[in-house]
Design a protein around this ligand. Structure first.
Ligand code: GLU
Length: 305
C-alpha cells in the first residue's frame, strides 16, 4: 500500500477542483439539507493501512449502500436458498423500476434494486425476532463496534414520499413474494436506507468483503469464502444502478453507491475505499465520487482486472 497516501492526496486535490456537474438528490426532502460541497475519502486495508482526506469523519445518509449489508445478513441466515426469492442479473433499468417485475412475476432481478432490497427486508422480518435491533447490531459488529444508527429524520422524510416503493412492495406481494404485511416491510426498508455512517465507518464495515467474509475486527466468519466472492460479483455487476457497466469499465472494482452521494469500493484481498460527495450524476451516482475512484484506480494501477 506504499504511496497510496500520496495518490489519495493528489487525486483528491484534482477532483476537488473539478466543476461539479451533479445535483443533490431531492426526491427525499431531508436529503436536500446537506452541504453539497462536502467531500471525503477513506481507505482502509487488510494490512491495516488507513488514510483519510476531507470530510471523512462526518456521517451521511448511506441509502442504498445499506442494501449490501441487509443482503449479507439475510445471506448469512438463509444461504443459497435466498436465490429462490430474487435473481442475480443486472437490471438494465432504473433502481425503482416497476416494469420488469411484471414480466419476472414478482422476482426482482437482483438484491440491489429497490424491489430486491424490499424482498430482503421481508426475509429479515420473517427470520429475526427483533429485526430492527438485530440488523443494527450486525452492522455495528462489522464496523468494529462503531456507534451506527438509523436516522429517524431521513426515514420519516422518505416514508412521507415513498409512493413508488409502496407500489413496488404491494406489486411483489400480489405475486406472493412478500410474506409479511407490506407496511411493516416498507417501514423496515426505510429504516435500513436511513442508516448514517462516515467514510471511516463504511470502509471499516465493508472490510469483511475484502477479507473472504471474515470480520477482521473479531475474526468471525460472517459469510463463507464463496458467499463473499458472490457478494463482490453482485456489487461488480449490479452495484451502480444503470451505470454498473461503466463503473466496471472505468474503475474496475466491486462497489455500491447510494443517493446520499456515498460510494464504497472493495478490492478483494486488499482494501476498501469509501468516497462521499453529495451531488449525483444523471444515473444517480456521486459525480465526484465516480471521478475520484476512476482516477484513483488508474493512478494506483490496482484493480481486479
Ligand atoms: N431509499 C432510497 C429509495 O428507496 C434508496 C435509493 C438509493 O440510494 O438508491 O428510493
Amino acid at each position: 500500500m506504499e504511496g497510496f497516501d500520496r495518490i489519495i492526496e493528489e487525486v483528491f486535490a484534482e477532483v476537488k477542483a473539478i466543476n461539479d456537474l451533479g445535483e443533490v438528490a431531492s426526491y427525499i426532502p431531508e436529503l436536500l439539507n446537506v452541504d453539497a460541497q462536502k467531500f471525503g475519502v477513506y481507505l482502509t486495508s487488510i494490512s491495516e493501512f488507513k488514510y483519510g482526506k476531507g470530510n471523512f469523519t462526518e456521517k451521511f445518509s448511506i441509502q442504498s449502500i445499506s442494501k449490501v449489508l441487509s443482503l449479507s445478513l439475510a445471506y448469512s441466515i438463509l444461504g443459497e436458498s435466498i436465490w429462490s426469492r430474487l435473481g442475480v442479473e443486472p437490471s438494465g433499468t432504473s433502481y425503482n423500476s416497476l416494469i420488469q417485475l411484471e414480466t419476472d412475476r414478482g422476482i426482482p432481478r437482483n438484491p440491489f434494486i429497490n424491489a430486491g432490497a424490499i424482498v430482503i427486508s421481508d426475509i429479515l422480518i420473517s427470520n429475526l425476532k427483533d429485526y430492527k435491533n438485530e440488523f443494527l447490531n450486525f452492522v455495528r459488529k462489522l464496523s468494529g463496534g462503531k456507534p451506527i444508527d438509523y436516522s429517524n429524520k431521513i426515514a420519516t422524510s422518505e416514508r412521507s414520499v415513498g409512493y413508488r416503493n409502496v407500489a413496488l412492495c404491494n406489486f411483489i406481494k400480489s405475486f406472493g413474494n412478500i410474506e409479511n404485511d407490506p407496511s411493516e416491510v416498507l417501514d423496515f426498508y426505510f429504516d435500513i436506507c436511513s442508516l448514517e455512517m462516515s467514510c471511516i465507518e463504511l470502509s471499516e464495515t465493508f472490510l469483511f468483503l475484502a477479507n473472504n467474509g471474515i470480520n477482521p475486527h473479531n475474526n468471525e466468519q460472517v459469510l463463507t469464502k464463496s458467499q463473499s466472492k458472490r457478494m463482490n460479483a453482485l456489487m461488480q455487476t449490479c452495484g451502480f444502478y444503470d451505470e454498473s457497466g461503466e463503473f466496471a469499465f472505468k474503475v474496475g472494482l466491486p462497489g455500491k453507491s447510494g443517493v446520499g452521494g456515498g460510494i464504497v469500493a472493495v478490492h478483494p484481498g486488499h482494501y476498501v475505499i469509501t468516497v462521499w460527495s453529495p451531488k449525483l450524476n444523471r444515473k444517480g451516482n456521486s459525480f465526484k465520487g465516480m471521478q475520484f475512484l476512476e482516477k484513483f484506480t488508474t493512478e494506483s494501477t490496482l484493480s481486479i482486472f
